[in-house]
Design a protein around this ligand. Structure first.
Ligand code: C2E
Ligand code: MG
Ligand code: MG
Ligand code: MG
Length: 277
């Protein structure tokens, strides 16, 4: 045993793999109780209309504390998807985002709420009915619900999701393509989807002087003929913000305007904006 030259290497990889599996097992185990045990919460990040400088929407972003330790969504969402928990968690998100949205609309009546939905939720047979149910029970105005779907979903096989997307639009909800530019789907395929909003991925926004410029220009041009809204996500500096405005991007979102805020901080933020305007 000890004599093997590469013994150290092997045990390093073994240990690493074992720790990774152990972590996934623990996340999976705790996550299965998350909807019940109150460890999920939402934060909200404003999306600013660049013509009025006022928030037109807020994006709900899921947060999870596992035994008091925050776990980022990029780590736990894939686990929720893989282990069949995303539908239940996704419905919790949708319902609570709408409940909070109604509160926010008491301050700014036209405010929309943007909710991220995973591809596995869209595949669920009952998804559209469940969305309709939540909207009806809460009397939430459907046209103020924006459903964010990651672009890569449509790059693969668009046709599967097209009817679900259409049904959601028939309810009155608006469809937003998230992380646009990362999924290799063509701009013209946005035509078939009949998308309402395109969110350009933050990698292009943070590099808008270089490789980002052509994609921003292309999306803005297509937006004016197909009449969808454009959101630049991940706007961190005043320079980026001014550049994007001059390029004709209609909506801006990012740390430059506001970090994601808990519900009560967002209310304070909205109140202060209402007073100032
Ligand atoms: P996303 O939907 O593209 O959300 C934008 C992410 O960028 C958020 O990360 C947000 O906090 C972050 N962000 C906002 N402004 C800036 C900025 O100026 N600079 C930088 N560097 N980042 C910024 P977060 O909250 O960690 O969420 C990560 C991803 O997890 C989301 O990406 C979304 O795909 C997923 N996610 C979050 N909540 C949910 C949910 O309720 N359901 C589903 N299915 N996915 C969710
Ligand atoms: Mg999003
Ligand atoms: Mg996303
Ligand atoms: Mg995004």
């Amino acid at each position: 045993h000890q004599k093997r030259i590469n013994r150290g290497k092997i045990s390093y990889f073994d240990d690493n793999l074992r720790m990774q599996l152990e972590r996934i097992r623990r996340l999976n185990d705790r996550l299965s109780f998350a909807v019940q045990d109150g460890s999920l919460s939402l934060v909200f990040q404003p999306i600013i209309d660049s013509n009025t400088n006022l928030p037109s929407s807020v994006e709900a972003l899921l947060r999870w504390q596992m035994d008091g330790e925050p776990v980022p969504p990029d780590e736990f969402i894939p686990i929720a998807e893989q282990y069949g928990m995303i539908s239940e968690i996704g419905l919790w998100v949708l319902k609570n985002a709408c409940i909070q949205g109604l509160e926010f609309q008491r301050i700014i009546p036209d405010l929309s709420i943007s909710v991220n939905v995973s591809v596995m939720q869209l595949q669920g047979q009952k998804f559209v009915v469940e969305v309709a149910d939540i909207l009806r029970k809460l009397s939430f105005p459907a046209d103020k619900l924006h459903i964010e779907i990651t672009e890569s979903v449509f790059a693969k096989d668009k046709s599967t999701f097209l009817s679900t997307v259409k049904s959601l639009q028939e309810l009155g909800a608006r469809i937003s393509i998230d992380d646009f530019g990362t999924g290799y789907s063509s701009l013209s395929s946005m035509l078939d989807i009949g998308v309402d909003i395109v969110k350009i991925d933050k990698t292009f926004i943070q590099d808008v002087d270089k490789k980002g410029l052509s994609i921003v220009n292309a999306v803005v041009q297509m937006a004016s003929s197909l009449s969808f809204d454009v959101v630049a996500e991940g706007v961190e500096t005043i320079d980026q913000s001014e550049k994007l405005y001059s390029l004709g991007v209609s909506h801006l979102q990012g740390y430059y305007f506001s970090k994601p805020l808990d519900a009560s901080s967002l209310c304070t933020y909205l109140e202060s904006i209402k007073k100032a305007s």
